[in-house]
Design a protein around this ligand. Sequence first.
Ligand code: GSH
Length: 289
Amino acid sequence: MTDTYTPPAVWTWDKANGGQFANINRPIAGATHDKDLPVGQHPLQLYSLATPNGQKVTILLEELLAAGFSAAEYDAWLIRISDGDQFSSGFVAVNPNSKIPALMDHSVSPPQRVFESGAILLYLAEKFGAFLPTDPAKRTAALSWLFWQMGSAPLLGGGFGHFYAYAPEKYEYPINRYAMEVKRQLDVLDRHLADNDYMAGDEYSIADMAIWPWYGGVVLGRAYDAAEFLDAGSYTHVLRWARQIDARPAVARGRIVNKTSGPLNEQLHERHDAGDFATRTQDKLEGAA
Ligand SMILES: N[C@@H](CCC(=O)N[C@@H](CS)C(=O)NCC(=O)O)C(=O)O
């Protein structure tokens, strides 16, 4: 056992708790500084970062554009959460919860704000009538898995990922607790995908786009460097599905929008035009400089 902790009667804020995100974590909401958000030329304005929660939305936007919905054109502005951009007055006005992704739809009057990645996926799927089955049973299946993801991923990211990869020290108790839960979740997916091509059955939907960046990321070895620890290779049906989605050109584009880490050719810090994928990834920009 590690040293035990006796909680005081009233919790107080220890700003220097040693965790990787100690500089941005606060026990209070609201803006820290006055700053408006930029607004580009397209109907949809996305304020985000390519974490799994951000990737869900850029994948859907790229899939919509690939499917011919030109009204899904968007500007993707970079929100650097480690610099506290999510606490600007402009961002808080779009998402009072100060977390990426956040969307403004300027094609409606007054412009509509949407926050929470699941709500953004549903809003866009309904707006364009795409990537959400119309058959009631299949639609219900897609929404069940979409909401499954929203409830499950915090245990993967905030639980397992935090204690396995980000906490200042490795503590056995929380790593065991969350590894157990994440492996259970992977088994839930594996059993479902043994009998289904996609999460909602035979139709690729926003449920896949929500789940893939998190659980596909783990089994493809892109998250927390934990594929071996979690024996990801044993979830063969999840792997099959993850590779199938990874091969989609729109997914390859969507997952690099607002990305600030990894290979330079997989970092498109901001996306304002479809041509940016060919000309504005960091390898091109830094090569030119
Ligand atoms: N439930 C939210 C979670 C969003 C979220 O946790 N975003 C993180 C990045 S993945 C964030 O912006 N963190 C900044 C902070 O906590 O200050 C969603 O799905 O949109």
